[in-house]
Design a protein around this ligand. Structure first.
Ligand SMILES: Nc1ncnc2c1ncn2[C@@H]1O[C@H](COP(=O)(O)OP(=O)(O)O)[C@@H](O)[C@H]1O
Ligand SMILES: [Mg+2]
Length: 327
């Protein structure tokens, strides 16, 4: 934790430096093609940026887009984690909630700092909020902030060795001007079968449950159309099930004895011959044996969780991605 004095001594731009992220590309399930592309076009060139000095053939602007909850922000964190360069990040809340003029100043200084400390990477998460043509708030859109960002992004030349990564959920609400400024578009779709399998496995706490390969595959089949966040929700819910049961339980039975002579109990059916009327609150934590979850628990919560991205939206993303490939 920095002291307030250290904070105050920082330049404005330094406040937007992203401290080392622990995330690595290997933590990001699947997305091999996208990770390969980012490695080749951002990570490696920034590592060996001296070699690229004076070469003005590559476009340093990227836009990562796709439905909500598919891991775009997570991927941006992994870019930070993989890079060995200065990374800065500006979010809409950093520039919108400020006094008039402050937002532009932040943008200007962050870009100037990035150029000075090059090689560097600027992450602009949720950039679609900043550039949405559909302003529902009824307020005058902060045009000056948008204009400043456009000016700054346009001013970048590859020899500046500054890479800009925009991240957003809804690319089609961004106006043409900004959309065109991001030369390289990277689509992150809903997770496919193998990525869903990998995510389910990953989200189950290690050692908490071991699914048979065919059970894992069945869950991956049934979760088609679910985002990574949706998967995380149903797996976490399933893992909470034994705790919920414990809180509601009215009958327990002794299943083991501790070295100190106290009994270890687990939840049981009231009809069980050894059942005792108790509540979990009467027991010490080490006296509780929680049941482990199984395939059925996960499947049950999978069915209770609705996919958050509609089929209509999926088609819209696919069509947009197709158009980008054709352009
Ligand atoms: N490939 C992945 N591997 C592991 N976890 C992931 C992956 N993609 C997404 N997640 C998890 O899913 C959740 C949503 O991801 P996030 O990056 O916030 O989505 P987005 O920015 O696309 O809305 C986060 O909890 C993230 O850790
Ligand atoms: Mg995000």
């Amino acid at each position: 934790m920095e002291s307030s004095k250290e904070q105050a001594n920082k330049s404005l731009a330094e406040k937007y430096i992203v401290e080392d992220s622990a995330a690595k590309f290997t933590d990001v399930a699947g997305l091999e093609e996208q990770k390969g592309f980012l490695k080749e076009n951002i990570i490696v060139p920034s590592l060996f940026s001296e070699m690229f000095k004076g070469i003005s053939i590559f476009d340093p602007t990227f836009f990562i887009y796709g439905p909500p909850g598919v891991g775009k922000t997570f991927l941006a964190k992994a870019i930070v984690g993989e890079s060995k360069t200065t990374c800065l990040q500006i979010c809409p809340s950093d520039v919108f909630s400020k006094f008039v003029g402050d937002g532009e100043k932040i943008i200007k200084e962050v870009f100037a700092y990035a150029k000075e400390k090059a090689p560097s990477i600027i992450i602009l998460d949720e950039i679609d909020y900043l550039f949405s043509d559909q302003d529902n708030t009824g307020s005058e859109p902060p045009r000056r902030i948008r204009t400043e960002l456009l000016i700054q992004i346009s001013s970048l030349k590859s020899e500046n060795r500054v890479w800009v990564v925009g991240v957003g959920n809804i690319p089609w609400v961004m106006n043409e001007a900004i959309s065109k400024r991001f030369g390289r578009k990277i689509y992150i779709p809903l997770p496919d079968f193998s990525r869903r399998k990998e995510l389910i496995q990953k989200y189950l706490s290690p050692g908490s449950i071991s699914l048979q390969p065919e059970e894992l595959e069945a869950l991956a089949v049934e979760s088609q159309g679910y985002s990574c966040s949706d998967i995380l929700i149903f797996v976490r819910d399933a893992m909470m099930e034994p705790i919920r049961e414990l809180q509601k339980a009215t009958h327990f039975k002794a299943v083991d004895t501790l070295p100190n002579g106290k009994c270890v109990y687990s939840v049981c059916d009231p009809s069980d011959q050894e059942a005792k009327v108790m509540s979990f609150a009467e027991l010490e934590p080490e006296q509780l044996k929680m049941r482990s979850i199984g395939f059925k628990d996960i499947e049950c919560y999978l069915k209770k969780t609705r996919p958050s991205v509609s089929q209509h939206d999926v088609e819209r993303y696919e069509n947009y991605a197709q158009l980008q490939r054709e352009n």
